[in-house]
Design a protein around this ligand. Structure first.
Ligand code: NAD
Ligand code: UFG
Length: 338
């Protein structure tokens, strides 16, 4: 069985490639390296001892994408290829809509031409919007998103649902990720952000190693136990295994399903910083600052459905997440390619 990972050289795609290869799937990766580099896949091959067929291309370019379907017998596609920086999406909305929506249309069109009927999509907890109460359950309606990035995810979910409604043979799984952090236990692959990290864990790691002076914790006056925001942090390897379960499932079942991929357990920003310091024996300089616009006080999953249907639940602890993030940062202080 062969799985095409669109955007597979990135953070979540590369971890998923390892778990798919370990589970016996063949993996083809197509990526334009707009936020990654081929070195991640070289390392996937080293870790697994297996080879990955790699294409450098823009998924929006249907002529080039056709070649991938022509040359490989693809059984399922996982669509990771997207731009994901929330702040950048506010200043460059057209770029986000163009890239994220067009990659989706391009994949669906090409799959249609080659009669490939299984697709899994990287969605996000952000589609629950501001109105729904936590914990989020898949049966809730999509909410009002707070930024263009979030809207691209909500729109793409709609596109997949409409396309599946029109084609009874098309199987779709929408995976709503919560907050992936951590890295492969080998320390050889991990998250490699460009420039100043937007997300908490890469910022924490870069402060710990001395690349950044100080972490600003955005707000300590939220209605949470310690006043800082809570999130459902999930180890990227657990998330990757969730994709393998989804592929196993979609190949056997003609389904249209949504699954939350989270632990169901929220942790605060302060808890993340304190756990990182304790587990790794390092100091993370931090100050409390103003709230960041658009942040919700709390965001966490009800993770029951993925367990009941896919038989998947997370196995790694917050300590594992902090240890593995640090291990990756220490071994690769400048990421893959810099
Ligand atoms: P990432 O940036 O590391 O990976 C995305 C990959 O897609 C990159 O390798 C990039 O080069 C590639 N790409 C982007 N546009 C492309 C195009 N037009 N053609 C070919 N390749 C293209 O991000 P990630 O953290 O691995 O996230 C993967 C997916 O999961 C994204 O769709 C993201 O929105 C979604 N997601 C991520 C998070 C998170 O916190 N990391 C949370 C929810 C959802
Ligand atoms: N935070 C800080 N300081 C920082 C960075 C983050 O205090 O320097 C805080 C944020 O305020 C938030 C928490 O750390 O409370 C987590 O922030 P991230 O930016 O790491 O993650 P978000 O929850 O904001 O966003 C993530 C993904 C989005 C996705 C969203 C919902 O980055 O892609 O989860 O799924 F849309």
């Amino acid at each position: 069985m062969t799985v095409l990972l669109a955007g597979g050289a990135g953070y979540i795609g590369s971890h998923t490639a390892i778990e798919l290869l370990n589970a016996g799937y063949d993996v083809v990766v197509a990526d334009n390296y707009s936020n990654s580099c081929p070195e991640s896949i070289n390392r996937v091959e080293k870790i697994t001892g297996k080879s990955v067929k790699l294409y450098e291309l823009d998924i929006k370019d249907t002529d080039k994408l056709e070649k991938v379907f022509e040359e490989n017998n693809i059984d399922a596609v996982i669509h990771f290829a997207g731009l994901k920086a929330v702040g950048e999406s506010v200043s460059k909305p057209v770029m986000y809509y163009r890239n994220n929506i067009d990659t989706t249309l391009s994949l669906l069109e090409t799959m249609g031409r080659y009669n490939v009927k299984n697709i899994i999509f990287s969605s996000s907890a952000t589609v629950y919007g501001e109105e729904n109460p936590v914990p989020y359950v898949e049966t809730m309606k999509r909410g009002v998103c707070t930024n263009p990035y979030g809207w691209t995810k909500a729109m793409m979910e709609q596109i997949f649902e409409d396309t599946a409604r029109a084609d009874a043979e098309l199987a779709v799984i929408l995976l709503r990720y919560f907050n992936p952090i951590g890295a492969h236990e080998s320390g050889m692959i991990g998250e490699d952000p460009n420039g100043i990290p937007n997300n908490l864990m890469p910022y924490v790691s870069q402060v710990a190693i001395g690349k950044r002076e100080c972490l600003t914790i955005f707000g300590n006056d939220y209605p949470t136990a310690d006043g800082t925001c809570t999130r459902d942090y999930i180890h990227v390897t657990d998330l990757a295994v969730g994709h393998v379960r989804a592929v196993d499932y979609i190949i056997k079942n003609k389904c249209v399903e949504i699954f939350n991929l989270g632990t169901g357990v929220p942790y605060s920003v302060t808890e993340i910083v304190e756990t990182f310091e304790r587990v790794n024996g390092v100091k993370v300089n931090h100050v409390y600052g103003a709230r960041r616009e658009g942040d919700l006080a709390e965001c966490y999953a009800n993770a029951d459905k993925a367990y009941e249907i896919l038989g998947w639940k997370t196995e790694r602890t917050l300590e594992d997440m902090c240890r593995d993030s640090w291990n990756w940062q220490k071994n690769n202080p400048d990421g893959y390619c810099k």
